[in-house]
Design a protein around this ligand. Structure first.
Ligand code: MN
Length: 293
């Protein structure tokens, strides 16, 4: 097995606001090298780096909007996020929890800060990923998987190096919590100061690391918090060593290699399917959701 070589390390891009509650660094597809095709099956990586929200009586968030053709994955590192959708899915996630929503054939949802968190204010840090669906599953029935931290499988590392949280995929025989439609690894690697881990991921999988917390040596390169590291599609072995307590989000997926037509909240395989999505949305086929938090 060969070591994976680093293709590039990206600084966090300028923040864009999603609604009034999410201050996102958009790595995928915002950075020219991190297109949807290059990162296939990851369509979007939005990252709200740690930010202190002051107390507010108004609920912050983003109102009702549609999606079709992919899955949204929300990972809370700090703060509390609530969600409701037109298929009846919903709930609140807090530190360490994940929501895995399959938009499939079409869904309306709203995403906002949980009420008590809004009122008290506090540190907020989260990730939202969009994971593509294979063409044959794009019109699957919408689904919602709430993954509480306690239900996410953990693997302790030797020598008190830390542990892995397997949100999706597989690590040394332990399966991740989420059901997925194609092979995708989404792991939080939580390392203690000096902690080391080595793992292997297939060369053909598109693979990157988001540095959520701390400084981590990847191969021999030290990468700072809030940066994103992209690997070349060569080699399998990754070695991480934390220089302080760290969290690394590992993203690695088998490319679907299907045409990507993305327009706003819809990601399909042809322009015709995008038109159909707008038509179905405008004729009420995505259901109903009250536009209030
Ligand atoms: Mn959304």
């Amino acid at each position: 097995m060969r070591q994976k070589e680093i293709e590039k390390i990206f600084s966090p891009p300028k923040i864009h606001e999603v609604g009034d509650g999410f201050r996102m660094h958009n790595f995928i597809p915002g950075l020219p090298e991190l297109t949807m095709e290059r990162m296939d099956p990851f369509l979007v990586l939005d990252y709200n780096s740690k930010y202190h929200f002051p107390p507010s009586d108004k609920i912050r968030g983003v109102g009702v909007h549609p999606h079709r053709g992919f899955e949204t994955v929300t990972i809370a590192y700090q703060g509390k996020i609530a969600h409701n959708d037109s298929a009846g899915g919903g709930g609140v996630i807090g530190e360490g929890d994940v929501q895995w929503m399959t938009a499939g054939s079409g869904i309306l949802h709203k995403e906002f800060h949980e009420e008590e968190f809004c009122k008290s204010g506090g540190d907020f840090q989260m990730v939202q990923l969009w994971v593509n669906l294979p063409a044959k599953d794009k019109m699957t029935q919408p689904k919602y998987q709430p993954l509480k931290n306690a239900e996410i499988p953990k693997r302790q590392l030797p020598n008190e190096a830390g542990f892995l949280e397997l949100i999706a995929g597989e690590f040394n025989g332990t399966m991740g919590a989420a059901q997925t439609f194609s092979p995708v690894n989404v792991w939080n690697v939580k390392l203690n100061t000096g902690g080391k881990v080595e793992f292997e991921l297939p060369a053909e999988f598109n693979t990157g690391l988001l540095m959520v917390e701390g400084d981590v040596k990847v191969n021999s390169e030290t990468v700072a918090a809030d940066h994103f590291l992209l690997f070349k599609n060569q080699g399998e072995k990754v070695s991480l060593q934390a220089t302080q307590n760290s969290i690394v989000l590992v993203l690695s997926g088998q490319p679907l290699r299907e045409p990507i037509f993305a327009h706003g909240p819809f990601v399909m395989n042809s322009r015709k399917e995008i038109w159909d999505a707008f038509h179905d949305y405008n004729s009420g086929k995505f259901g109903y959701l009250e536009d209030e938090f």
